[in-house]
Design a protein around this ligand. Structure first.
Ligand code: AMP
Length: 283
């Protein structure tokens, strides 16, 4: 398995493959790999000839310095996990300078309002950082297909929008959310939780599933009240940051259920100071 930390070396390796018409797939990650990430890698290997996995904790997408500092970094064991899957994986572990040059100067993007709600509203500057790193990574790898998880659904929507608008010349492939046995969406941040809280946090997905069941017979307002009430019943360990129901395509918050539209419910909550997010398709 090949591993590179410089974009120029990565490209020297990939260019001849591209000339031989090998299809390149790309899975951008921040490492601390779990089964969710690996499901994207497996999907990429199925659909392409070579899968590039980047491992880079992108400082510009963190609005909270403590969160950046405490983000798990486990590159050696990540590489081991990838090696166990296939030899057709290329690992790219860039330095800050390889991505941003010396000055970290960021481009501005028009997110068409997709950044004004939910994660965008609660994490100022987050999506600007995400867009900057994804654009730079895609430029470096030039993949035919790039794989993103529905776990970060708003991020996926924003990337799809930017890919069309800025012609990054890749196809974005959405991949379903992988979960722990209790339903908690897998996340690198889960390892920061105590065992008890990790266990109890399964309630987040339980609540989302209830919302899905109730969706066709309840108003948006009732559903929001229901979630607030349910979370407050567990206030000894969990705090709600937001719950929203939005149009799946435009992410416009829904006021009432219009039969022709597809909706998704989105939630962010804090457990032991760790932000957990999840979402579910409703209809
Ligand atoms: P991250 O390392 O958190 O930036 O995630 C890298 C990619 O893996 C993103 O496209 C995420 O949406 C995706 N991902 C993270 N967790 C999961 C999960 N539980 N199931 C599926 N994809 C995931």
């Amino acid at each position: 398995m090949k591993s590179f930390s410089a974009k120029s070396d990565l490209q020297t390796y990939l260019n001849p493959l591209r000339k031989k018409k090998k299809k390149i797939g790309f899975v951008p990650t921040m490492g601390a790999l779990h089964k969710g990430h690996l499901s994207l890698v497996k999907r990429a290997l199925y659909k392409t000839d070579v899968c590039v996995v980047s491992i880079y904790v992108n400082p510009t997408q963190f609005n909270d310095f403590k969160d950046l500092e405490s983000y798990p970094r486990t590159v050696d064991s990540d590489v081991l996990k990838l090696r166990q899957i296939s030899d057709n994986i290329v690992v790219y572990v860039p330095t800050n300078e390889d991505i941003y040059g010396k000055d970290f100067s960021l481009s501005d993007f028009d997110f068409m309002g997709l950044d004004k709600i939910m994660e965008g509203a609660n994490r100022p500057g987050h999506f600007k950082g995400v867009a900057n790193v994804v654009e730079r990574l895609i430029n470096a790898v030039q993949p035919k297909f790039t794989f993103f998880g529905e776990k970060d659904y708003q991020q996926l929507s924003i990337i799809q929008h930017l890919n069309q608008k800025h012609r990054w010349r890749t196809t974005i492939v959405p991949c379903p959310t992988e979960r722990e046995y209790n339903g908690l969406a897998l996340s690198s941040r889960n390892q920061k939780l105590s065992e008890t809280s990790r266990e109890k946090s399964g309630v987040i997905y339980e609540i989302l599933k209830q919302v899905k069941l109730k969706f066709s017979t309840n108003s948006m307002e009732n559903l929001k009240l229901y979630v607030k009430k349910k979370i407050s019943m567990h206030k000894d360990f969990i705090e709600l940051e937001y719950f929203e129901i939005a149009d799946e395509l435009t992410l416009t918050p829904a006021k009432k259920n219009q039969k022709k539209l597809k909706y998704r419910a989105f939630i962010a909550a804090k457990v032991e100071g760790v932000r957990l997010i999840d979402n579910i398709q409703l209809n």
